[in-house]
Write a protein that binds this ligand. Structure first.
Ligand SMILES: Cc1cc2nc3c(=O)[nH]c(=O)nc-3n(C[C@H](O)[C@H](O)[C@H](O)COP(=O)(O)O)c2cc1C
Length: 200
């Protein structure tokens, strides 16, 4: 069973493609998260959870949701993260959460996708050619990731250093509180305002 959250489609694309190739079901978690629906999720195949990376980890509303979710059936769980290039400690946190839930964490894979962090001008949107390049490379990477899952192999990703965990755990809530501000992104009759500039 493939489960995902996606704000702008990157993770949805990867999740649907994995489900299609594994001939498995693919469920968007958004409605369940919104309605706080924690009814049992049962799968006879491994669970595969796909998430974008928000400030070096999976979105906190999503980890909060997963922590309280009941999974029955297969005990294996894989994670797939999409990011703008740095997944931080996402894998480490997912591993620790699902070990506590007595499930077999089977590793995670990272996909470098187009950035979508538009409400702040620190991370400008990418050129069309780079967007296409990233999607194409991710599409190619899917072949080996799906083959490993099919074979029941563990997914391997970059080693996460201790200092990354030490920095990220306190950094994430501070950044989210002071830098991820909805007031930086709003709409007027002139167009959309993203901090210092308008787009029509
Ligand atoms: C609030 C926010 C925080 C983000 N933080 C990171 C980050 O720490 N590292 C990174 O590489 N990309 C970061 N991104 C980029 C997204 O992880 C990336 O574009 C992802 O593929 C978006 O997936 P989606 O289209 O499924 O929502 C962030 C995006 C948003 C909106």
């Amino acid at each position: 069973m493939v489960l995902y959250f996606s704000a702008t489609g990157n993770t949805e694309f990867i999740a649907q493609e994995i489900a299609r190739r594994l001939d498995d079901v693919c469920i968007n978690l958004l409605d369940r998260v919104k309605t706080d629906d924690h009814s049992e999720l049962h799968s006879d195949k491994p669970f595969i959870i796909c998430a974008p990376v928000y400030v070096c980890e999976m979105p906190r509303f999503m980890s909060k949701y997963l922590k309280n979710q009941i999974f029955t059936g297969h005990k294996d769980i894989y994670f797939i993260f999409t990011s703008g290039g740095y997944c931080g400690i996402s894998g480490q946190l997912a591993k620790s959460m699902f070990r506590k839930k007595k499930m077999n964490y089977r590793g995670h894979a990272e996909f470098k996708m187009p950035r979508n962090y538009a409400a702040n001008d620190s991370y400008p949107m990418l050129e069309k050619s780079e967007v296409e390049n990233r999607i194409l490379k991710s599409y190619e990477k899917l072949t080996s990731v799906v083959a490993d899952i099919k074979a029941g192999k563990k997914l391997t990703a970059r080693h996460i250093f201790l200092f990354e965990t030490i920095i990220t755990v306190p950094f994430n809530p501070v950044w989210c509180k002071y830098k991820l501000l909805a007031k930086d992104f709003y709409s007027t009759d002139k167009g959309h305002r993203i901090r210092n500039y308008y787009t029509k």
